[in-house]
Each structure stands twice: as C-alpha cells, then as structure tokens.
Design a protein around this ligand. Structure first.
Ligand code: ZN
Length: 498
C-alpha cells in the first residue's frame, strides 16, 4: 500500500481507539453507572475527549489529506479522503476559542434544559437557547459565508439535503397528511385502551428476550441494556449495544423501542468489517434512521410480524390481554391520534411533529421567527397543525433535548428517515414476499436483504446514490405519502360508505 495511505490508516486506528473507550464509557454512564460518580467520571471523560479532539485535528493529517487528494486513488480510498477533508474543513473554520466556548455553552445549556424541564420553567433554559442559536449562526457563517445558515446545518446531518428539498418534502406532508389526519379524527375510533393497562416490568424483560430471538439480535454481536431514552452505539461489527426503556403503563413502548433500535443495530452489524474504526462507518442520520423506522413501522407493526411473539405476550399477560386478538393488538399499535409529545407519537402524526420543528428552525435562522417568542410560536404551531396546545412547557418547547445540545438541522432527518424507508420497502416488497416470510418466522430473509442492498456499504455513498443503487431511483417522498394514505385509509375504513 501507498506509504501515505499507510500513515492515514495508522491515524484512523489511533482515533478509533479513543472513540471505542469514550463510547464504552458513555454507554456505561447511560445504563449502569451510579449517578453519584458522575462528576468524577465527567471530569475524566472531558479530559479524554480533549485528547481525542487533538488527534482528530492533527495538522499533519490535514496536510497528508491534501497530498492524497491529488493522487490517483481507488474509489473507497478517494471517498475516505473526501469525507475526512470535509470534516477537517468544518473544524478548521472555527477558531479554537470559539469552539471551546461553544462546547462549554452546550454543556451548561443541557444542564439548564434538564432543570427547566423537571421544574416546568422555560425561563431557566431560554437565555441558553438564545445564546446557542446566536453562536450556531456565527459558526455556520464562519464555515460557509456564502451559504444560508440553515442549509449549512442541514448538511451536517444529511449531506445534500437543503431547505429547497425539504420544502418540497414538507409541503407534500402538509398537503396530503393533514387532511388524512383530520378525516381519521372523525372516523370510528379503534380500541387501544388495553395497551395502557398495568404491565409489570419483570415480565416485560422476558418479552424482550423473546423479541430479540424473533429479530435475530443475538448475543454474539449485540447487547441490550436499559436507559432513560433508548439509543444505539455501534462500537464495531461484532459489538453493537442498544438500550430499551420500560413503561409499565404502555406495553407497546418497550416493544417498539427494541425493534427501532434493533434496526439501527443491524445497520451497524451488517456493514463491511473493513469499515470498522474508519470514517466509512459514519452513516448519515437520515439513512440510519431509515433502517430503524423500516424495522419499527414497516415490519414491526405488521400482523405477520406481531404473530411471531403475540402468543408468548398473551401468556405473560393473560389478564391484561384477555379477549384481545392478534388483529385487535395489531390495529391498536397502529392507532393515529394527535398528541403533544413527539417521542410518543404514532406513525401517521409523527411527521407533523417534525414539520413543526422544521418550520421553527427554518424561521429561526432566516429571521422570520422572533426567537424571543419561540415558546408561543411553538404552541401556536401545534394548534395550527394538530389542533392541540401544550398546557405546560415540559410538553411544549422543553420536551426535546436536541436544541440544548445545539442539534439544529437534525430533526428533519427523523421524517426523512421514514420516507426513505418507504421507498426501500416498496422495492423490497417487489423482490420478496414479506408477509409470506414473516408468517414463517423468517425475518432473517429481510434483514439479509437490507444488509446486501444498504447496510454493507456504510458511508460509501450519499443518499441519492445509495437509493439509486438499492431502488433504481433517487429519493422520492411519494412512496411515503402513498404508503401512509393507503395504510390509514384501510385501517380506518375511510373509503367506505361514501
Ligand atoms: Zn432512531
């Protein structure tokens, strides 16, 4: 191998060693570590993170990348160099003092958000939020002076997705889904009260074991812990950690948290092993979310999938699910109704929560929304689009952690992910008899398919190129809209009796 590439490889190895230790420590912190030791841990972790940052920003590597760029490289090596250069440019544009100041600000702001949320007092968080927005604007303009601030932020989470493209996407959602949601509210409601009975946690744990088996999430490469908010950490191909969260008054919560995170986990596990520890493991947010949503909604909420664990579930909770058939249960986990909390939202109203955050973020950065009034604008938008208003701040502007961490431009990828998964699912159903395989308990046929057409490539391609490879077309949101319209029209019998 070329001597320069050899040096680059060594540097990526060193960087991944720090990443592995840091992510192990973060996983430990979120799952099992006693909260009392937090201060000690955080001081040491901050030190480790700054050491890791020094490696990531090594000037010698930047020079090396510039040299490599001029060389005649193979496809994978060229992609690696391009992605790393993009990262370096991002970091280089921000002066050290601005970066350190901003890092400190996000830590303080996250702490302020936690306090504000638990006390339901927006005024604690508001000054930090305003400061974060102002600093992000400054940083985005340092990075790309010619570009719209929000476009710069959007690109960080899904390259080449812009306000122009998201506008088309969200206009379609508004035009097609809002009337559908309105119609459903007038339709005959579907019974789902049994989902919210008391479901003791110890038996839910047994259910998780069964579900992992159904999913093919095995202990030779996967581990499941418990945390407040479920998440996935892919350390390497054969070490993928996920978490779930139990709610004793909502049986669907842990089930769909596990299925969702398993979707992320398969992505991490089925990438080419040679990508471990490299930038090619860094899949964009929208693409990653497409695989969790695909498993959670497009597969996980089908009768043929639920059938694989429903008899076991009924055995565990004979009283709670007495007289509830497989069909009743399947319909109940698909119920759509407007709600205030994004993370509790159903499949159909979920993109409206994202639409609201998208319009807010866009307005913040193009100046059409006065950030001073953000909490009121938030509430008005919920009323405008979903017909409901938060009665407190914790179920309004304080509900999500993202803004406190400076993650602006991230939310849209949640809806984008769902839309991407619809397009992939459309092709998958052309190629495979999905219900036929699920009826036989053959989920592996589907996860293998995703591994072959999507997962193995890691970050080798941008969204449109990968979709073209996997489905024959660039990103097209119509698949998503058609899927939701079809599913919910049937579920609520909307085309009958006209
Ligand atoms: Zn996710």
């Amino acid at each position: 191998m070329n001597e320069k590439l050899e040096r680059l490889k060594k540097w990526e190895f060193k960087r991944s060693a720090y990443d592995l230790l840091l992510s192990t420590a973060y996983f430990d912190d979120e799952t099992i570590a006693p909260s009392g030791g937090r201060e000690y841990r955080y001081e040491r972790l901050a030190y480790m993170a700054s050491e890791s940052y020094k490696i990531s920003t090594d000037h010698k590597i930047e020079t090396l990348l510039d040299e490599l760029k001029k060389e005649d490289l193979a496809f994978e090596e060229r992609r690696t160099v391009e992605l790393l250069i993009k990262d370096f440019q991002k970091i280089k544009a921000i002066p050290q003092d601005v970066y350190e100041e901003y890092t400190k600000l996000t830590l303080q702001s996250t702490a302020a958000w936690q306090k504000a949320k638990s006390t339901n007092d927006y005024s604690i968080f508001k000054p930090y939020l305003l400061k974060i927005i102002a600093t992000l604007k400054k940083i985005a303009l340092l990075r790309e002076p010619e570009k719209d601030v929000y476009d710069t932020l959007l690109d960080d989470y899904e390259p080449f997705m812009t306000t122009a493209r998201y506008d088309v996407f969200f206009d379609l959602i508004k035009k097609e889904l809002l009337p559908l949601i309105a119609k459903i509210q007038k339709a005959k409601p579907i019974t789902d009260d049994f989902l919210y009975k008391y479901y003791p946690k110890d038996r839910q744990e047994k259910l998780m074991t069964k579900l992992k088996e159904v999913l093919g999430f095995t202990s030779d490469w996967g581990y499941m812990g418990v945390s407040m908010h479920p998440f996935t950490s892919g350390f390497s191909k054969y070490d993928v950690r996920i978490t779930t969260a139990y709610d004793e008054h909502n049986i669907a919560s842990a089930i769909y948290s596990l299925v969702h995170e398993a979707g992320h986990a398969f992505y991490e596990h089925q990438m080419a092993e040679r990508f471990d520890g490299t930038i090619l493991k860094a899949v964009s947010s929208g693409m990653h979310e497409s695989q969790s949503r695909l498993l959670e909604n497009f597969i996980g909420r089908r009768r043929s999938f639920i059938k694989n664990f429903y008899p076991f579930l009924k055995e565990l909770y004979a009283d709670q699910l007495k007289d509830v058939t497989l069909d009743d249960f399947t319909r109940a986990v698909c119920v759509a109704k407007p709600s205030l909390i994004r993370t509790d939202a159903d499949e159909l109203t979920y993109p409206i929560h994202i639409l609201i955050r998208y319009e807010l973020e866009k307005g913040i950065f193009d100046g059409s929304i006065k950030v001073e009034d953000l909490d009121e604008v938030w509430s008005d938008m919920y009323y405008k689009y979903l017909g409901i208003r938060p009665d407190d701040m914790a179920s309004g502007i304080l509900q999500d952690i993202h803004w406190s961490q400076g993650s602006f431009g991230y939310f849209p990828t949640y809806a984008l992910g769902s839309a991407i998964s619809a397009q992939i699912m459309h092709k998958l159903e052309e190629d495979i008899d999905v219900d036929g395989e699920l009826e036989k308990g053959n989920l592996k046929v589907l996860t293998d398919y995703l591994g072959e057409h999507i997962h193995q490539y890691g970050a080798l391609f941008d969204l449109d190129d990968l979709l073209k490879k996997a489905t024959g077309e660039e990103f097209d949101p119509h698949y998503y809209i058609d899927y939701l319209k079809d599913k919910y029209t049937k579920l609520y019998h909307l085309d009958e009796g006209r």
